[in-house]
Design a protein around this ligand. Sequence first.
Ligand code: PLP
Length: 408
Amino acid sequence: MSEKPIYFDNNDSTAMIEPVFAAMKPYFMEQYGNPASLHQYGLDAEEAVNDARATLTGLIGAQSDELLFTGSATESNNLALFGLTQAAPKNKHHLITSKVEHHAVLNVMKRLVKEGFEVTFLDVDKEGFVDPDDLKKAIRPETLLASIVHGNHVIGTIQDIKALGEVCRENGVLFHTDAAQSFTKVPIDVNDIPVDLISINAHKMHGPKGVGALYVRKGVRFDRLMEGGPQENNRRPGTENVPAIVGMEEAAKIGCANRDKDNAYMIEIRDRLIEKLLEIPHTHLNGPRGDKRMPSNANITFLYIEGEAILMHLSMRGVYVSSGSACSSIALAPSNVLTAIGLVHEEAHGSIRFSFSKLNSLDEVEPAVEHVKQVVDQLRAMSAFIPAEHSEKEGAGKTFYKKKKSEF
Ligand SMILES: *Cc1c(COP(=O)(O)O)cnc(C)c1O
């Protein structure tokens, strides 16, 4: 491939944009003070951090002391869930989450189970939606909190967090949402949506890696997890990453100011790509269509072949995507999100996520689709999964692919 690669993996990370880098730059080598220091350099750094805090909280209608900076959305999720459970009264030992969470929530919940908490993992429908009625039914007197992801990182489902939050509020349950994918793209106003904690990061919205934030509604009790200095209102010790925080502020400002325009642009790319890819035989779309889908996400199952093989072949051709499996050291486990919406293992393994940003272009769709078609043809020609009637290869036809297609 001599041309520029086609980067369709923006749900994993995005490119930082020039104005973000420009905003960060002075804070590396010129304004390098520690925000905790009492001299002018320290005060300047502290002001930069607090300005960023005011900007970010302003974008969600919160007060400026209701947000603390962390090192990632993963840390924000850990801080929210461990922080709340540690501070909770003994009788509040039940938690609720969904089966489509990111591992930074799912694995925290699994650990809390080991520590003695009871956790309800809510089912979702075939498009990935949590039903607010299911949430309501799962709530018990001993329920402390519910944590439901806002914009899904695998299949793009945008949950109705207002309805979910209202169920929690009516029943005295704390509500946390992981908004790492949705922040800037889907508006959140904490005066309108009864959410108590929100996790975000910068690198999914054209900001730097290694910085995140956690919104915590005033009055919510939670314990710090690390011991150290009094930074971040005594809740997250350690010197703040000033350049990254300034970059996060700039990225969020630009993202929110251009929301409608950027979303419309991504949706055009998304829908064109989906339409073209579904012309390939034996494919289906995972997740919803229309405005309940993240503008940045398309997820397609290519039956009878392995997603990892598609990914590798596309990578060699300069098209960068993600597959439906989570690599672990011993096995390729299918994504919890794809199995939660009812895909069998073979389907989950044959699924590819294409994810976009405003830096992509409509002109990339056609060459990307052409590469996918060629790779899929090539892999299917070698595939032992293909039932006889679908295969052009001599001698193929042994099938252990049993799932009926009619559900899709
Ligand atoms: C990327 C992502 C995370 C993890 O964010 P990091 O800042 O990379 O730790 C958590 N949740 C969701 C939904 C994500 O997409």
